[in-house]
Design a protein around this ligand. Structure first.
Ligand SMILES: NC(=O)c1ccc[n+]([C@@H]2O[C@H](COP(=O)([O-])OP(=O)(O)OC[C@H]3O[C@@H](n4cnc5c(N)ncnc54)[C@H](O)[C@@H]3O)[C@@H](O)[C@H]2O)c1
Ligand SMILES: [Zn+2]
Length: 363
């Protein structure tokens, strides 16, 4: 049975849209779309795993409601987020007779969302786009904010656009089939929101460990709702990442991106790298005298309780520093980090010394 539906309104002038969050609400997709588009032609982009689980049935449901609908399934995994796959999809859209009246629906994780959004943004100079994120990471992060794109061989997310969806429908029940590792990786971003923006939400997570570990639907609906609201608040104030406000979302990410790169983007999932990155970032904040030891312990305890035990990879510290300078978030050759000043609040701190960064890798 569908549970309560929560809605997050993302207010971006004429690009405003709703994120609807519930449990077992995926069957409401045809109604959700009907309220938001005049289109009669939908192309679903998904990956083969999610196709079998959910997207194929969603396509059938649309056809049953009178839509002309097709499903295009890519191979699962980050390597599909490429210009080659985008090219395949542009041509598949052409073969399917897509025109300016066609809508694109992404059903899948962040790979599918970023890629399908990019294809929607570029085909025929832009098609209406809807998202049905099916990983926790996609539900709390990648489906909010309108960043879409693909990777170049040597540079992640290097080609893309800002292309806001017309609506996002989130069914937390689909997380039951998500592999445990992927679920936990998404929880790293969830903890991040509490650390950077919302002390009460952090305390909610601490008080609901068992429900979170058991994927309780009511807890998940609350969590996804809160994270989407927090990210939407940031995006509304800095839609195109111009004011620097959106940078708060990068807490743990300067370390984390380096850890992902050390592992060739294979050893660690993004969220696992971010969990380790947050452990280092909070130690850096403590080392610089910005926070008490007790906050380090509190964050460690929550990460541990949600089984996010990844530690920084064994690697030469200088190699990690070198990768950090390469990170596009590093400005003008200076090391800068998003660091907590208290629970629920972070600041951008500039001109960090390498020796402090190196010392913070011990955790
Ligand atoms: N646009 C943004 O703002 C933004 C933000 C963060 C991350 N991202 C991007 O998101 C991508 C990572 O996304 P991800 O972590 O969702 O990975 P993903 O899309 O690769 O999905 C992970 C795996 O889970 C499977 N899967 C998806 N939903 C499932 C379900 N309900 N049940 C069972 N299996 C399921 C997929 O087939 C895949 O194998 C990266 O490319 C990253 O750059 C984008
Ligand atoms: Zn992230």
């Amino acid at each position: 049975m569908p549970g309560d539906i929560q809605t997050v309104r993302v207010s971006l002038a004429e690009r405003s849209y709703d994120i609807e969050i519930g449990s077992h609400n995926l069957p409401a997709l045809p109604d959700f779309l009907r309220q938001r588009t005049q289109s009669e032609h939908a192309l679903i982009i998904t990956d083969t795993t999610v196709d079998e689980l959910y997207a194929d049935a969603a396509g059938d449901a649309l056809v049953a409601e009178g839509w002309e609908a097709g499903v295009l399934a890519i191979d699962p995994g980050e390597t599909s987020k490429s210009t080659d796959t985008a090219d395949d999809l542009w041509n598949a859209l052409l073969d399917e007779g897509a025109d300016r009246q066609t809508i694109v629906i992404a059903i899948g994780g962040g790979v599918v969302g970023d890629l399908a959004g990019f294809v929607a943004a570029t085909y025929a100079r832009g098609l209406e786009f809807f998202q049905v994120p099916t990983t926790l990471l996609a539900q709390v992060d990648s489906s909010v904010g309108g960043k879409v794109g693909v990777n170049l061989p040597g540079a992640k997310n290097m080609v893309g656009a800002f292309w806001q969806p017309r609506g996002v429908l989130i069914d937390v029940a689909v997380l039951q089939s998500l592999p445990d590792r992927e679920y936990r990786a998404g929880l790293a971003e969830v903890i991040k929101y509490g650390m950077i923006l919302d002390a009460d939400f952090f305390a909610y997570l601490e008080a609901n460990i068992d429900a979170v570990n058991a994927k309780d639907p009511a807890a998940l609906t609350h969590i996804v709702h809160r994270c989407c609201r927090l990210k939407a608040d940031v995006v509304e104030q800095d839609e195109r990442e111009l004011t620097g406000l959106r940078a708060v979302l990068n807490y743990g990410h300067t370390f984390g991106h380096a850890f992902e790169a050390i592992g060739n983007y294979e050893a660690l999932l993004h969220g696992e790298a971010i969990a380790a990155g947050m452990r280092c970032a909070i130690r850096l904040a403590h080392r610089l005298g910005r926070i008490d030891e007790s906050l380090v312990e509190r964050q460690d305890a929550l990460l541990d309780a949600l089984h996010l035990t990844t530690k920084p990879p064994e690697a030469d510290g200088q190699e990690i520093i070198r990768l950090m300078y390469r990170d596009k978030k590093v400005a003008a050759g200076r090391l800068r980090f998003i660091l907590p000043s208290r629970l629920g609040n972070v600041e951008l701190v500039d001109n960090i010394r390498e020796e402090d960064v190196l010392a913070s890798l011990e955790c």
